[in-house]
Design a protein around this ligand. Structure first.
Ligand code: NAD
Ligand code: DAU
Length: 353
């Protein structure tokens, strides 16, 4: 039994679906169902006794204590977070609450539960904290990729809140011996990603012939990883990673935002041509930059390769094509998540730019 937090979000739901399909291990899934969480992502598990969904907040310590006591998991995989940089700029308070206080709550209850275990369960228990490359700050064009020893230099309220949570996890291992591991991953893309993030937002806007908003000059670089590869890496770290260690996970696919947006447009020109426009790329619009926008991220995933034999399975070109096709095939899912609240967000983030 694994306790997963945030398992109705983008990466969490992909992880839960993969885990149940490949490992058959039962999962208790604790998720608050914020705007980013969608129980519909897990619809295919309806009636499956291996998946127990609990709607609740990771800041609710009594609930966490009850779930740990009742289900006696052998691991916690902690995905729950506020995850969108732009939202952290408009409203950082939720990020401090969920990412810092929430992680602290999960750690405290995990420590209490783990301390009460007898061997061999105590020795086998693992706490896996899912974090991001953004904690390392921004790279210059010729600087080497982030490694596990790169000093932390978070630049957005989101990155700062994730960095704080990483430090708490490290301290709980160092001080109390909690068998904790942290993974820091680069930008994910794939099915079920909420369309506030670049790739799904561009796909959906392009299909609807809306403008494709590119911040600033569009030359910021991200290192893209297909979500299924991230989930496989997390499972590997959970089973074979060394407690107390950090593992960097990356796609080895550095792209400028303009390259990504143009690649989506080219795929759509081919598989969903629109009679009213010659090229989807004609919809690209450069808009005012994100404040404090990190220029470049890149991950050195050598430790994952050397210690655990992990490497990404999906190439960016094929992964992106699959992702575009997934959104075209799931316009009902898109319709469902882009409700009134989503439109309000578009107005807050893009209205004044
Ligand atoms: P997401 O925003 O899609 O999903 C977050 C999930 O957490 C949602 O289901 C939401 O309902 C839930 N949640 C939020 N606050 C909660 C709370 N207080 N209590 C319980 N549940 C709560 O995020 P994602 O993109 O799937 O990211 C998952 C994790 O991976 C995050 O910790 C994020 O920092 C990290 N990460 C994301 C990426 C990426 O590219 N998306 C890359 C590296 C790391
Ligand atoms: O690097 C890992 C991180 O990747 C995760 O920790 C975050 O949870 C995740 O949101 C993501 O952060 P980014 O800020 O890199 O992702 P986003 O999709 O918001 O933006 C990707 C790039 O595209 C970034 O340089 C900003 C730019 N962008 C984004 C949006 C939404 C645009 O140019 N236009 C847009 O409309």
């Amino acid at each position: 039994m694994i306790l997963v937090t945030g398992g109705a979000g983008f990466i969490g739901s992909n992880f839960v679906l993969d885990c149940i399909a490949t490992e058959k291990s039962p999962i208790v899934n604790l998720d608050k169902l914020t705007y980013a969480g969608n129980a519909g992502n897990l619809a295919s598990l309806k009636g499956d006794a291996r998946h127990i969904f609990v709607k609740g907040d990771i800041c609710d310590r009594a609930l966490l204590a009850r779930l740990l006591h009742e289900h006696r998991p052998s691991a916690i995989v902690h995905f729950a977070a506020e995850s969108h940089v732009d939202r952290s700029i408009h409203g950082p308070a939720d990020f401090v609450q969920t990412n810092v206080i929430g992680t602290f709550s999960v750690l405290e209850e995990a420590r209490s539960y783990w301390s009460s275990l007898a061997q061999p369960e105590k020795g086998r228990f693992r706490f896996l904290h899912v974090s991001t490359d953004e904690v390392y700050g921004s790279l210059g064009p010729d600087e080497p990729a982030f490694s596990e020893t790169t000093p932390y230099a978070p630049n957005s309220p989101y990155a700062a809140s994730k960095a704080a949570s990483d430090h708490l996890v490290r301290a709980y291992h160092h001080t109390y011996g909690l068998p904790a591991l942290t993974t820091n991953c680069s930008n994910n893309y794939g099915p079920l990603q909420f369309p506030e993030k670049l790739i799904p937002l561009i796909i959906i806007n392009a299909v609807q012939r809306k403008s494709l908003p590119v911040y600033g000059d569009g030359l910021n670089v991200r290192d893209w990883l297909y979500v299924g590869d991230h989930c496989a890496a997390v499972r590997l770290v959970l089973h074979r990673g060394r407690a107390g260690e950090n593992y960097n996970i990356g796609g080895g696919a550095e792209k400028t935002n303009l390259e990504v947006v143009n690649a989506i447009c080219t795929i759509l020109d081919e598989i969903r041509p629109n009679a009213l426009i010659t090229h989807h790329s004609s919809l690209i619009t450069h808009i005012k930059d994100r404040p404090g926008h990190d220029r470049r991220y890149a991950m050195n995933a050598k430790k994952m390769a050397d210690e655990l034999g992990w490497k990404p399975g999906e190439r960016f070109e094929t992964g992106l094509r699959k992702t575009v096709q997934w959104y075209l095939d799931h316009l009902d899912w898109v319709e469902n998540v882009t409700s009134g609240a989503y439109r309000k967000w578009l107005d807050i983030n893009y209205g004044h730019r």
